[in-house]
Design a binder for this molecule. Structure first.
Ligand code: ADP
Ligand code: MG
Length: 342
């Protein structure tokens, strides 16, 4: 007799999470939202509490041969705070779970915490606990974050309506190209340890990979402008994947325009240098941690001149039609690249 065995790679990350979600039922009336958004939403009297966890593993999410430990600490915190930003909330506390192999010294852990503390200070967040354990497989960092928001201000993935404007902050694809540059320099170094890394022309993209920021600045500005995005998600896996999450959760179609997708010049040039198509990188490169959101057309006046918010398309009523209009006018279906880690 053989037990049935299904490969996780077959199901994919999102298929697996869906399977878990289907068998979970919420018992407490305070659990307003469980699995399925950037953070859980918990009723806490006047406000809601937001809760999210993200884990970074050595060899999967980072490579210590080019990731300085301070940057890693900073990034581990920033990417978690990004999920609270994506709910239109304000992060307040974090806890840190650490798995350490005996390769790591006390000094190494201190460097890591320098970065963690720098992020806490920058985002005004308190480190309030965690857990420390031995690890058989290098460094593991798991961060949980608690945030807060007024119930009526929370932006869910499910809230987009037809004929709304799709916005994205900053620029896309940079973190992915930064990773390509770092990988290339690592290979050069491995074949010739006396070689000096050539990062000079790639400072911007390398910075996007090593030191991402959560866009709390945008969250505060939207609050000042009295705008609540109708839906929101952060761009951790790539624009294509994230816009499909919004489209599916909100049951609307999306139309994006290639010429509106923000790509930094440095990202563009680096992509060409690697013989990659910049728009493919912008659509599918991960780890930019920008915010992708929809707004009601009546809010457009308030943000139309914002230098860091880009209007990349609109929603429509055919939920099955999620397309990118190329510069030449071709209609290209948007497809997620799937999960790279499995
Ligand atoms: P994000 O990219 O914003 O961090 P994920 O794609 O990791 O979001 O997760 C999507 C949703 O699935 C979230 O609500 C998250 O809490 C939930 N989730 C992910 N992994 C698990 C798991 N192993 N068990 C339960 N819920 C999970
Ligand atoms: Mg997210």
């Amino acid at each position: 007799m053989h037990e049935k065995r299904s490969e996780i790679a077959q199901l994919g990350e999102f298929g697996l999470i869906n399977k878990i979600k289907q068998k979970v039922s919420l018992q407490n009336s305070s659990s307003l939202l469980g699995i399925g958004d950037d953070a859980a939403v918990i009723d806490a009297g006047d406000d809601c509490v937001l809760l999210s966890t993200d884990m970074l593993l050595e060899g999967i999410h980072f490579d210590l041969s080019y990731m300085p430990l301070q940057h890693l600490g900073y990034k581990a915190v920033a990417v978690n705070l990004s999920d609270i930003a994506a709910m239109n909330g304000k992060p307040e506390q974090i806890t840190i779970g650490l798995g350490l192999s005996n390769r790591f010294s006390v000094e190494a852990v201190e460097l890591l915490y320098e970065g963690i503390r720098a992020a806490c200070e920058n985002y005004n967040v308190d480190l309030v606990g965690g857990d420390t354990t031995a690890s058989a497989s290098g460094l593991v960092i798991s961060v949980s974050v608690i945030g807060r928001a007024k119930k009526e201000k929370i932006a869910y993935r499910t809230g987009a309506k037809v004929n709304e404007i799709i916005c994205v902050t900053g620029d896309l694809g940079g973190a992915y190209m930064g990773l390509q540059v770092l990988n290339r320099e690592k290979q050069v170094f491995l074949s010739d340890p006396s070689a000096q890394p050539d990062l000079e022309d790639h400072e911007y993209v390398v910075g996007r990979q090593l030191k991402p920021e959560a866009r709390m600045d945008i969250i505060h500005e939207l609050a000042d402008l009295n705008i609540v995005p109708t839906s929101m998600i952060d761009v951790s896996d790539g624009l294509a994947s994230e816009i499909l999450h919004l489209s599916k959760a909100s049951n609307v179609g999306v139309k994006l325009f290639e010429d509106k997708i923000p790509i930094d010049n440095n990202t563009f040039d680096t992509a060409l240098e690697f013989k990659l198509d910049p728009i493919v990188i912008a659509m599918n490169g991960g780890e930019d941690y920008e915010l992708l959101f929809t707004i009601n057309q009546t809010d457009f006046e308030k943000v139309k001149n914002h230098p860091d918010i880009h209007f990349i398309g609109h929603t429509h009523d055919n939920a099955n039609q999620n397309v990118l209009i190329s510069k030449a006018g071709t209609v290209v279906p948007i497809q997620a690249q799937g999960w790279k880690h499995f």
